[in-house]
Design a protein around this ligand. Structure first.
Ligand SMILES: Nc1ncnc2c1ncn2[C@@H]1O[C@H](COP(=O)(O)OP(=O)(O)OP(=O)(O)O)[C@@H](O)[C@H]1O
Length: 226
């Protein structure tokens, strides 16, 4: 569950990126977040990750109020959340296997079980045969799928994606959406920030629309109009 109660975010330069947002995403939902460049989408995702703190209001994730968690609890909180970025942020001097294993290594996951988990994640994204290759030997769509395998290797209950199809052509973007739906079908809560309104419309899922830091539409309650 993700809940925002009257959340505002003012950056230290005084800019108010979010202006009093309230919404709730239930476990197992798949929701899109849309809005113009600068509308506040990445800020909203960073608040869920506890990478930024709200300047007003509260963010709750799985019943934990992020205003109240200590620095020590933050790594545990982040382990429950997988994140997929537009530019996938892979390490180019490491193999596909090593890139996907990284979150497990960081969290101290037992080494003897790492191979099984990494291969299960690579299998889900259809890249099991490429585990010994390096990122630059893969296409852009394949690199993005490695980023998704890395995001799900910890089996997070929540998956966030920030413009995950921004660099991909329509066919590859549709493949990525198909993968996301498969994760959602096994219970992963998904929040996907995207500008691609056509792609979003085709998914037939709930859409939250931001404009200048305000929630201007929630398609569960009214038709989205951005
Ligand atoms: N650390 C920061 N300090 C000051 N202002 C910031 C900071 N991060 C973001 N902003 C500003 O907050 C606003 C919202 O940014 P944000 O990245 O959340 O938007 P976005 O909707 O994700 O945009 P895009 O689609 O272009 O990534 C922008 O005007 C941005 O310049």
């Amino acid at each position: 569950m993700i809940r925002f109660d009257q959340v505002a975010k003012r950056y230290s330069n005084g800019f108010e990126a979010l202006k009093g947002l309230s919404f709730q995403i239930d476990p197992g939902e798949m929701v899109f977040l849309t809005g113009h460049s600068g509308a506040g989408k990445s800020t909203l995702l960073k608040l869920i990750m506890a990478m930024e703190q709200p300047s007003r209001g509260q963010v709750l994730v799985n019943n934990t109020n992020l205003n109240r968690i200590s620095d020590r609890q933050i790594p545990y909180h982040r382990r429950q959340i997988g994140v997929v970025f537009q530019n996938h942020q892979l390490l180019f001097d490491r193999t596909i296997y090593e890139n996907v294993a990284l979150p497990l290594v960081i969290s101290g996951f037992p080494q003897q079980d790492t191979g099984r988990r990494v291969r299960a994640a690579l299998d889900k994204v259809g890249l099991l045969s490429k585990e010994n290759r390096y990122p630059l030997e893969l296409s852009g769509g394949e690199q993005q799928r490695v980023g998704i395998a890395r995001a799900v290797v910890n089996k997070p209950r929540i998956l966030l994606a920030d413009e995950p199809t921004g660099n991909l052509d329509p066919a590859l973007s549709a493949d990525i959406m198909h993968l996301f739906r498969q994760f959602n079908e096994v219970g992963v809560t998904m929040l996907i920030a995207s500008h691609d309104l056509d792609l979003i419309k085709r998914q037939g899922k709930r859409v939250l629309a931001l404009r200048e830091g305000e929630l201007v539409a929630d398609s569960q309650r009214e038709p989205a109009h951005v």
